[in-house]
Design a protein around this ligand. Structure first.
Ligand code: NAD
Length: 234
């Protein structure tokens, strides 16, 4: 890819990651869209690659390919993640570990492997956590722990990689990624009046990897239509 700026977006085959990849591509970035599942159609400026970001060797190979083919990386968006919702007593250690590996350890692996490229580019890292780093429903321990860890990993990385590389976190609330039927009540409960869209998150990520956010690092941005600020007494 010969574009001036190159971004790697993980978990980009669908949902929020796909919207981030599309938004960056529309803004002139070259984008490597990495996913465990191979995304189907080729889109201009977006190159789809297969990678399980929880696997140390696959991450190393992915960054080695970028190093060999492009020789640069200006932005890394660590978006891949998933949730297991299960009563604590039924949650196996293997399941707990898989969630932590995908949602948290992957960012350590990716940033460690790409640190020199990101430093050389004076680049930016954005992690995608969740409002569930701060609030919970029952039976979500592994997911909440992984996202809380990601918020903390973000500010630790910001200290270690600065001033060359800025590292920030975006924590979405309810983002409709599957086009599921939504009720008026689903929308109305949000102070912003609606459920979120992948494009809402993509716009914030585009700003965070761009030049206008140069004084922003180590920060977490909650993008949740106001839900975490809403006091509820029933
Ligand atoms: N949708 C929401 O409401 C919401 C809210 C808060 C946070 N998030 C976070 O945003 C991110 C994206 O969520 P989404 O709703 O778009 O999810 P999604 O399930 O629609 O897409 C996630 C993508 O990540 C990929 N992926 C999963 N594990 C992977 C792995 N080990 N290696 C590589 N790719 C992998 C999947 O194949 C999929 O394409 C996740 O980190 C999620 O936790 C989502």
């Amino acid at each position: 890819m010969s574009e001036a700026r190159l971004a790697l977006v993980t978990g980009a085959a669908r949902g929020i990651g796909a919207a981030i990849a599309a938004r960056l591509a529309a803004g002139g970035w070259g984008v490597i869209a990495a996913d465990r599942d191979h995304p189907s159609p080729a889109v201009p400026r977006i190159r789809a690659v297969q990678c399980d970001v929880a696997d140390e060797e696959e991450v190393a190979a992915l960054i080695a390919d970028i190093r060999a083919e492009a020789g640069k990386l200006n932005a890394l968006v660590c978006n891949a993640g998933f949730m297991i919702r299960k009563p604590l007593a039924d949650l196996s250690l293997a399941e707990w570990s898989r969630v932590l590996a995908t949602n948290l350890t992957s960012t350590f692996l990716l940033v460690r492997a790409a640190e020199d490229l990101l430093r050389a580019a004076h680049g930016a890292v954005v992690t995608i956590a969740s409002t569930r780093a701060h609030m919970s429903e029952p039976d979500t321990e592994s997911y909440a722990a992984s996202k809380g860890g990601l918020v903390a990993l973000t500010h630790a990385l910001a200290m270690s990689l600065g001033p060359a590389v800025r590292v920030n976190c975006v924590s979405p609330g309810w983002i409709d990624t599957r086009g599921e039927p939504l009720t008026q009540a689903d929308h109305a409960q949000h102070p912003a009046g609606r459920v979120g869209r992948p494009e809402d998150v993509a716009g914030l990520v585009a700003w965070l990897v761009g030049p206008e956010s140069g004084f922003v690092t180590g920060a977490e941005f909650l993008i949740d239509g106001g839900m975490t600020r809403k006091m509820i007494y029933i």
